[in-house]
Design a protein around this ligand. Structure first.
Ligand SMILES: [Zn+2]
Length: 111
């Protein structure tokens, strides 16, 4: 379980990009992809998300996933599960839905 923001996604972008486009993978010969890997790593451990977007050329690597419960898009969500690639992908929950879920846990059980 972890909090996901544009900043946390930006901090993981270099590692995620390198994992998606490894030098020994099918894209390994693609100099542009390897160049992006180097530039992302050169941005440091806590890069500005806008800089990451500019290097990659789109916002998909830093965007915050929408809430799985209400489909809203907020500046942060809680990622639940999905630690193991063999399991189902993680779920993303916004703060309002998380509070609603906590409240639901205190209600009497219903059928
Ligand atoms: Zn929600």
């Amino acid at each position: 379980m972890r909090k996901v923001t544009r900043e946390s996604n930006a901090a993981r972008a270099a590692e995620a990009w390198a994992a998606g486009y490894p030098e020994d993978g099918p894209w390994g010969a693609d100099e542009r992809k390897q160049g992006i890997t180097k530039i992302l790593k050169d941005l440091g451990d806590n890069p500005d998300p806008d800089d990451v977007d500019r290097v990659i050329g789109n916002k998909s690597w830093t965007s915050v996933d929408e809430c799985c419960e209400c489909s809203c898009t907020k500046s942060s969500v809680l990622e639940i599960g999905g630690d193991d690639e063999q399991e189902a992908p993680p779920a993303y929950i916004c703060f309002d839905c998380l509070l609603q879920g906590v409240n639901e846990m205190f209600q009497p059980a219903s059928k």
